[in-house]
Design a protein around this ligand. Structure first.
Ligand code: FAD
Ligand code: GLY
Length: 369
């Protein structure tokens, strides 16, 4: 009989793990207290940007992010093929802009280590830069161009993942409200508020910003906290921005559906997902500075999501030493969409009891305990 896996959480991480585990022959059930993709995953800008999101140097986290970017071409093709649904996946490349001469040195340092890590990036200035991104403010001094970086349309991607999972035979329960882990050491037993019981051989926890709730259950410290990201979109006629454009203030990315997505704040606001005037005004100020054509425009859509952040900025991925039946995959903070394929394969390897690479030991879910 096929081994059965219960996954708690139907965001991009839970659905990616379900997709990979079902493909590897397991019988997978996803339990979602709300709606699949209804939290951080559906709110994301969809950028697949390991170089722009990691500016310090090449560590285990950067390498996991880069590995995931490289898995994306095949992975997204499989999701599209199996789901029969399409979604935007664009290799736009990115520009990390700076306004001051003094910031050039930092860009050069990044170019050096990122070049050694496989980027074909370069620093662009003057006419070369403005030819590539004509609407960029002439106050921009230089930009680090990284052609490898891509982006996708996150809500459609998550919906395609969910659809692919269902078509492959994954059972998905939504709107379960609250779940209790009744047994996790010899087999898995989960109870919902309406007294339904869900059983399996192994459990994968993918409950995003809510993962800390399970610290007591498993007797370990799971320091995952919600960091709200407020984000907005402008309606645009043509494609006014060609690349994903980052700075230390935020980012801008054009989508195929004639929107320009601009993000995002990093607020400590508990589990509150409301959008504030102050949060959006800050984004507008930065957007106008980078792209003067936005001066008199207002975003037509504003939303927010809760990033699952951790104490040390790294996700918690791996099996518990107290029970090989439980795998955690939480705390993906700013890069959960990017990390979807790499996390799914890492988790599936844990479920199969494969050896964890030295690099991936850095994500041990018990490192805080
Ligand atoms: P979620 O999507 O939050 O899913 C967790 C799910 O678990 C939820 O559906 C929740 O209802 C459910 N749940 C909670 N508790 C339980 C329980 N006890 N039992 C069952 N289910 C439970 N990442 C990128 O890679 N690129 C980007 O460009 C990007 N942009 C972002 C922009 C914004 C504004 C935000 C907020 C985030 C962005 N991110 C981006 C980060 C990314 O969205 C997250 O890292 C990712 O969505 C986390 O996925 P997740 O599945 O862990 O969490
Ligand atoms: N990775 C973009 C964000 O989290 O806002």
């Amino acid at each position: 009989m096929r081994e059965s896996i219960v996954i708690m959480g139907g965001g991009v991480i839970g659905l990616s793990c379900a997709f990979e585990l079902q493909r590897r022959g397991y019988q997978v059930t996803v339990l979602e207290i709300n709606r699949c993709g209804g939290q951080a995953s559906g709110a994301a800008a969809g950028m697949l940007a390991p170089y722009s999101e990691n500016v310090e140097g090449s560590d285990a986290f950067f390498r996991l992010c880069l590995d995931s970017l490289r898995k994306y071409p095949d992975w997204q093709h499989n999701v599209k093929q199996i789901s029969g649904q399409t979604f935007e996946y664009t290799n736009s490349g990115s520009l990390y802009i700076v306004y001051h001469e003094a910031d050039l040195l930092a860009l050069e340092g990044r170019l050096l280590w990122q070049g050694q890590s496989g980027s074909s990036g370069s620093i662009l200035e003057g006419d070369t830069l403005f030819r590539l991104e004509p609407n960029l403010s002439r106050n921009v001094r230089a930009a680090l161009h990284t052609p490898e970086e891509s982006h996708l349309y996150a809500p459609h991607y998550v919906s395609a993942l969910e659809h692919a999972c269902r078509l492959m035979g994954v059972t998905i329960y939504e709107n379960l409200e609250k779940l209790s882990v009744v047994e996790w050491q010899s087999g898995i037993l989960i109870q919902s508020t309406d007294q339904r019981m869900f059983s399996g051989d192994q459990l994968v926890v993918c409950s995003g910003a809510w993962a800390r709730e399970l610290s007591y259950t498993f007797g370990i410290s799971i320091p995952v906290y919600p960091i709200r990201g407020q984000i907005c979109a402008y309606e645009v006629d043509e494609k006014p921005v060609q690349h994903m454009v980052f700075s230390n203030q935020g980012y801008v990315v054009s989508k195929e559906n004639s929107t320009l997505v601009c993000g995002a704040s990093e607020d400590v606001a508990g589990f509150d997902t409301s959008v504030t005037e102050k949060g959006i005004e800050r984004l507008r100020k930065w957007n106008k500075q980078a792209f003067p054509f936005l001066e008199n425009r207002s975003p037509f859509y504003r939303w927010a999501g809760l990033r699952p952040s951790t104490q040390d900025g790294l996700p918690l991925i791996g099996s518990l030493s107290s029970s090989n039946n439980v795998v955690l995959a939480v705390g993906h903070y700013r890069n959960g969409i990017l990390l979807s394929p790499a996390t799914a394969m890492f988790v599936a390897d844990c479920v199969e009891g494969k050896r964890i690479s030295d690099d991936n030991q850095a994500f041990s879910p018990e490192r805080f305990s």
